[in-house]
Design a protein around this ligand. Structure first.
Ligand code: NBY
Length: 802
């Protein structure tokens, strides 16, 4: 859209006056934010309605991305950017004597997810709208997001994230689109005169699912898609029948996000959440379709439903249920439609993270869904036992060991199953879903994750963005592959110096932010070494910490090194004791290092509390080194690796997840690879001959670093230091930290040396930025569109051009 600075100023003053009955200079920052958000929303309404109308009129095939998590990040700036009016608005605010950034910072970050899985879902929403794909999100409107993390005496403390305290400016309550979700009770199957089976539900607990829609604005293309988040309420007209307690119980369903990104803990409320948003989504899709079609025959040509990990896998039996019970479609026809509609992404290779539910809990909560899964299970066995044998089918049938096994259900009921990086997709076929791969080889494929450069470069990294505009023009903003033009300037020393200057500016800004948040004065000239991701044993923040301890000891011995600032951001699942112990140790190490004037000349450590999307936007542009150091074969893909490379950070990495593709993209000279490969680790497992203690005994530097955990040199970690020490030595170091220690140090030493030559460093940074375009989620969703969903992207401009 077009909007001049002058128009904006008039409209902004006007809306603020209407809203608050006061002139601008009387308003708080929060009020200014609310007014600006409302004005921005008013620009979105029309293209939003028109997009909807166009999809209906043209009978566009639509994608519905079902995810129990979304992490959109703040939306004001990104909506303004995508509408094409960010510069005008900022100029207008400046002219009014207001600070744009201060207003943007008044927005709460909707933390409706744990980590990469939730962020990926939101990147895809942004990307689908931006490439003109009819892509809708389906999720939960959690009253409370992921806990707010604080540190008290170095320990993680979890506080409620009341992110909607000031409302959520971007949502629209769609009361008229509410549906009823039924739990519990029992099911009567009664033959009817027509020969159909009539399904009668008795004694169910009904919950009203009310949708709140959030606009997903495409980049400069007049497309606005829909993210539908469901909220649980007591059914209407029954107000008098519900006690306060019953209402409370219903409201609880969408009250809080589960803060577990590790093992699938069997929580009843979690299962309730899964069925709630899945059933609501399926019902509303079918209802919308049936408004314009009188049978379900063509449904699969108009609808693709994607299951983001197994949390929404009940979409499969739920669609079967609606097709059969409500639409009177036969089993065979319903199954044909369901298979064609559904597709599934797996996000983990850790077997403890594969979701399973006890059958008695499951069948009690969703009896009809359980019946349908029983029938899926029966038919699956009937068809495949003769061909593949009882033992194999027992391993992978949807029901087994008294459990409903969601990954198997998802795989059996989808026409496509994908991993999120090549190594991950290969390991799915080889290990985790090997038996299913034998049966359905054609379903398996890879779709490497992606990120949105709009948020991470255009919004997050202004200095770099301006530099790019000056050097290669602005086409990279629409097509990030244009970043490849940067290769032409790999030997342009002026430009390399400019790149370093942009990085330095970002580092000064981050240093200021660090001082504000944790009151540590850091040296902006240090190497900024960043590890930002959930705290997990397999991600090996511990290896990074041991590297810091080694540096500490070396500096204490009098060694001089280029100054490094280690920056961590990481939340631990509240029930993950070991991860929380690592957090305590990280904080204690930070105190030790920063508090020692001999050491802090060369080494500083900052652990920023409450890492999330908004904080990532501040950290990533300032990073020199990106630590991607998971045990090879454990990280499905990673996405912070892609974001950091696009900011020109050099990747310090194991050959895991998408690190491998980053290495292939930039070449061996432009990343720093270390550590055991996945094959080498598999070899240790097979032979059973990994002995962590040997590394401790044989490597004096490792020995000394590990001893610091237990010898009292780090105050306050008696218990935690001992537990971690034991996990590595007594319990033989499940994640091969000790085996990779030496090569990790060597890689770090190479980076230290390299940093002494700023232009060579900048040249490598340039190569990373130049090749980061391929990881744009725009391309990722287009690959999903072509190969899985069978949809084509199209924008209103395409119509004009045609
Ligand atoms: O998904 C992450 C992977 O670890 C990462 O490698 C990948 O890049 C990213 C996107 O594909 N997985 C992830 O974020 N998983 C969770 O957050 C999660 C949440 C809940 C549960 C399990 C995992 N759960 O069991 O409830």
């Amino acid at each position: 859209m077009s909007l001049t600075k002058e128009q904006f100023i008039t409209e902004f003053k006007d809306i603020a006056l209407k809203l608050y009955a006061a002139p601008l200079d009387d308003l708080s920052t929060q009020q200014l934010y609310q007014a600006l958000a409302l004005l921005t929303r008013s620009y979105i309404g029309q293209p939003w309605a028109e997009t909807k109308k166009r999809y209906d009129q043209e009978e566009t095939k639509q994608v519905f991305y079902f995810s129990i998590e979304f992490l959109p990040g703040r939306l004001l700036q990104s909506n303004l950017l995508n509408l094409g009016i960010l510069s005008e608005v900022e100029a207008g605010l400046n002219e009014l004597g207001l600070r744009p950034q201060k207003i943007f910072d008044a927005e709460a970050d909707p933390g409706l997810g744990n980590g990469g899985l939730g962020r990926l879902a939101s990147a895809f929403m942004d990307a689908m709208a931006s490439v003109g794909m009819a892509g809708n999100g389906n999720g939960i409107r959690y009253q409370y997001g992921l806990f707010k993390q604080a540190f008290v005496n170095g320990y993680q403390v979890e506080l409620p994230d009341d992110w909607m305290r000031n409302g959520f400016a971007w949502e629209t309550r769609k009361e008229n689109r509410a549906v009823t979700v039924k739990f519990g009770g029992w099911v009567e199957l009664r033959p009817s005169r027509s020969g159909n089976l009539r399904v009668i539900y008795h004694n169910t607990d009904d919950v009203l699912a009310v949708p709140y829609d959030v606009a997903m604005v495409g980049y400069h293309n007049q497309v606005v898609n829909n993210l539908r988040l469901w909220s649980a309420e007591a059914p209407i007209n029954a107000g008098t029948d519900f006690t306060l307690e019953q209402k409370e119980r219903i409201n609880q369903i969408t009250q809080i996000l589960y803060p577990d990104d590790s093992d699938a803990s069997g929580k009843q409320l979690r299962l309730r959440q899964e069925y709630f948003f899945t059933s609501a989504g399926i019902q509303s899709i079918v209802r919308h379709y049936r408004r314009t079609h009188n049978s379900m025959a063509g449904f699969a040509d108009r609808v693709a439903i994607h299951i983001n990990d197994t949390h929404p896998a009940m979409a499969i039996p739920e669609l079967m249920r609606v097709l059969m019970d409500d639409e009177h479609v036969s089993w065979d026809e319903a199954w044909r439609i369901t298979l064609k509609v559904m597709s599934y992404t797996n996000h983990t290779l850790l077997s403890e993270a594969l979701e399973v539910w006890p059958i008695d809990m499951f069948s009690g909560m969703v009896p009809r869904i359980y019946q349908i899964i029983q029938e899926i299970d029966r038919r699956f066995r009937l068809v495949f036992v003769p061909q593949f044998g009882q033992a194999m089918i027992d391993r992978i049938a949807p029901l087994g060991n008294g459990q409903v096994r969601m990954a198997y259900l998802a795989s059996i009921g989808s026409h496509a199953i994908n991993g999120v990086a090549p190594i991950h997709s290969e390991l799915l076929k080889k290990d985790v879903l090997h038996d299913l791969y034998q049966i359905f080889p054609e379903r398996f494929n890879n779709k490497t994750n992606g990120i949105t450069p709009r948020r991470w470069i255009q919004i997050g990294d202004r200095p770099l963005s301006h530099l790019l505009d000056k050097k290669i023009g602005t086409t990279w903003r629409k097509n990030p592959l244009a970043l490849r033009q940067l290769h032409d300037f790999a030997d342009d020393t002026r430009f390399l110096d400019d790149l370093n200057a942009a990085k330095a500016e970002n580092k000064r800004a981050l240093a200021k932010y660090i001082d504000q948040v944790v009151h540590v004065k850091v040296d902006p000239d240090a190497i900024f070494d960043v590890q930002i991701k959930r705290l997990h044993a397999y991600k090996r923040q511990l290896l990074h910490v041991l590297g810091i301890l080694d540096a500490y000891l070396a500096i204490k011995r009098g060694e001089k090194r280029p100054k490094r600032l280690h920056i961590f951001g990481a939340k631990a699942a509240p029930s993950y004791v070991y991860a929380k112990e690592i957090i305590k140790v990280m904080n204690a190490v930070a105190d030790l290092v920063n508090g020692d004037p001999d050491v802090s000349k060369y080494l500083q450590v900052v652990f920023l509390p409450n890492y999330g999307v908004t904080m990532a936007e501040k950290i990533i542009p300032a990073a020199d080194i990106s630590e991607q150091i998971s045990t090879a074969g454990k990280e499905a893909s990673g996405t912070s690796n892609m974001k950091l490379m696009s900011a020109g950070a050099l990747t310090l990495a194991t050959l895991d997840g998408a690190n491998i593709e980053i290495k292939d993209a930039v070449g061996d000279d432009n990343v720093e690879i270390f550590g055991l490969t996945e094959e080498e680790i598999a070899g240790y497992y097979q032979r059973g001959d990994y002995h962590a203690r040997d590394f401790y005994d044989q490597d004096p530097r490792l020995h000394a670093a590990l001893d610091m955990l237990v010898n009292g040199q780090i105050p306050g970690i008696e218990t935690e230091g001992r537990d971690i020490f034991n996990s590595l030595l007594t319990y033989n170091d499940e994640y091969f930290v000790l085996a990779d220690f030496e090569s990790y140090l060597a890689a770090n030493e190479r980076l230290d040396k390299l940093y002494q030559q700023p232009r060579i460093w900048a040249k490598k940074a340039l190569a990373n930025i130049a090749e980061s375009g391929r990881f744009s989620a725009d391309f990722t969703v287009q690959r999903y569109g072509r190969e899985i969903w069978h949809v084509v992207a199209k924008t209103p401009e395409d119509d004009h051009e045609a």
